[in-house]
Design a protein around this ligand. Structure first.
Ligand SMILES: Nc1ncnc2c1ncn2[C@@H]1O[C@H](COP(=O)(O)OP(=O)(O)OP(=O)(O)O)[C@@H](O)[C@H]1O
Ligand SMILES: [Mg+2]
Length: 499
């Protein structure tokens, strides 16, 4: 109506200006104000957009009539969402708000350092002018908080990997993710119960420690080093920690990272409440003495055939080798430098089978605050496995049998992985499974004793050879004997002289 009046009243050259003016007048008199929340804010993804999307996806807050249903690849839950250009109404502290999801086609690909999605997406929030303050002050914070909560509780944990090398996806992310569904928990983990309780307490203190970390001026992060032989549950422990805290996991593949700055960028793109994992750290990078210069350094890189193309020469001052390598110094800065605290509530977790190969700088408190030794299966840990795999409680087994198992387990040096294997194989017949386990323990002990006897035998042989070698007269003792014979001196005297 206004437009047709405009057309008849105003000459064409004034039409645009008058339309703009009318628009402004309309806004002055409108009781509403509008906020646009676009998906991409400049070059970065807008966290608020993701939060709103998640917040609106909960069925409790949904009152729209047309919704889109989504289920991500491998995801276990269905989420609701606003269809393109649809609206829904929400209320907060008595204030009604309306969300509209606006999707438009991106007209032309403007110049950008990275490819942008083809669609321009955003939410428009409409609120009454009188509610503006309450909405800006607390509703948006509420939405953010709620979204984080939903993500932690209802959504699958995410497992991220940087296996694409340095390339970014269409949203500028260097990480790829899949839902994290590892079933390992602290209940299923077979480790010493005292150690388990200590670790769980430490994690709880960390997760609840925001004010403590602030007060003490420390970055809100914690480092754990898990070390021990293969099959003792290091990876299972990582999964249990993530499930316990509800954190995402970033599994950092160091061999895919080319430079220190690439490492920093990866760190910048990790979110809060996450565990950043580097598995088999001794095999990923040559982590010997930071002060070593020159190509030396030895020890660290063994790697059992795993790729290790890193330079040790530039460790000392953390300078890239012409920008083509990642250095120990870069890794130290990653875990403990200024950049390590971008975001917060982060756990750094390294695993290794050979702690002795790691540089002490990497192990110091503040970087790796807690060193957790994952050792061979102990008797209390075995009881957890018997309960989990066979459903046996302690009283279900004969006392004598338990005593026998207890007597053999330490000498058998079996990992929880080995024991699980025996139990899985025989799980149809529980009693047989335990008997089989005892037989396996005994076999291991016998093999171990035989081996140690053999190596002792070698040693005895070596000693005897040495003895024989000592008994054989040397040139010097020959000379001494000759002198004695000539001078007719007392044996003991001459030995003193010789000494
Ligand atoms: N402490 C444990 N509690 C329960 N299960 C365990 C434990 N340790 C090992 N296992 C079982 O053994 C298998 C291998 O364990 P895991 O991958 O965690 O060992 P790891 O210490 O990470 O070995 P590696 O050093 O070779 O990476 C898992 O499938 C798990 O079920
Ligand atoms: Mg592992």
């Amino acid at each position: 109506f206004c437009q047709s009046i405009l057309h008849t009243v105003f000459p064409p050259e004034f039409r645009f200006a008058s339309l703009k003016f009318l628009h402004r007048v309309f806004h002055w008199f409108s009781v509403y104000c509008y906020y646009d929340i676009t998906e991409i804010d400049g070059v970065n993804t807008n966290e608020l957009y993701n939060a709103v999307q998640l917040y609106l996806s909960t069925s409790a807050s949904i009152s729209g009539t047309r919704l889109s249903l989504m289920r991500g690849l491998n995801s276990s839950s269905i989420t609701f969402g606003l269809s393109n250009n649809d609206r829904l109404v929400d209320s907060y502290n008595g204030a009604a708000v309306e969300w509209e999801h606006i999707v438009t086609q991106r007209q032309s690909q403007t110049f950008s350092w990275r490819p942008l999605p083809e669609e321009r997406r955003g939410f428009t929030l409409r609120v009454k002018k009188k509610d503006k303050q309450v909405i800006l002050d607390s509703y948006l914070d509420f939405v953010m908080e709620k979204a984080n909560e939903i993500r932690r509780k209802n959504q699958d944990r995410l497992l991220y990997t940087n296996s694409r090398g340095g390339s970014l996806d269409s949203r500028g992310h260097p990480w790829e993710s899949v839902p994290f569904k590892h079933p390992s928990t602290f209940e299923t983990l077979a480790i010493d119960p005292v150690k388990k309780a200590e670790i769980m307490d430490d994690l709880v203190d960390f997760a609840n420690g925001e004010s403590f970390y602030k007060r003490t001026g420390r970055a809100w992060k914690r480092g754990y080093l898990l070390y021990g032989p293969p099959g003792t549950g290091k990876s299972s422990m990582i999964a249990a920690m993530a499930n316990f805290l509800g954190y995402d996991i970033y599994d950092l593949e160091l061999t895919e990272v080319n430079t220190n700055s690439e490492l920093r960028k990866l760190l910048m793109k990790t979110t809060s409440k996450s565990i950043i994992v580097i598995e088999d750290i001794d095999c990923s990078i040559n982590l010997t003495n930071r002060n070593t210069t020159g190509g030396g350094g030895g020890g660290g890189g063994g790697g059992g055939g795993r790729r290790n193309n890193y330079d040790t020469a530039s460790h000392g001052h953390g300078i890239d080798d012409g920008g083509n390598s990642i250095t120990l110094s870069g890794l130290l800065n990653f875990t403990d430098g200024l950049w390590s605290c971008c975001g917060s509530e982060k756990i750094f977790l390294f695993t290794t089978n050979h702690i002795e190969k790691l540089d002490p700088a990497l192990l110091r408190s503040g970087r790796m605050d807690m060193h957790i030794h994952m050792s061979y299966c102990s008797f209390p840990a075995m009881k957890i496995l018997l309960k989990n795999y066979l459903g046996f409680q302690e009283n279900d087994l004969q006392k004598e049998l338990l005593e026998e198992l207890k007597g053999e387990i330490d000498d058998a040096e079996m990992t929880p992985a080995d024991i699980s294997e025996v139990l899985i194989k025989n799980r149809r017949d529980k009693n047989r499974a335990v008997e089989e386990l005892l037989v396996e323990f005994k076999n291991r002990v016998v093999i171990k004793r035989r081996k140690s006897k053999e190596s002792n035998g070698d040693e005895i042989e070596d000693e005897e050879q040495e003895k024989r070698a000592l008994d054989t007269p040397t040139d010097a003792s020959d000379q001494l004997q000759e002198t004695c014979n000539k001078n007719g001196c007392d044996d003991n005297d001459d030995h003193d002289k010789f000494d």
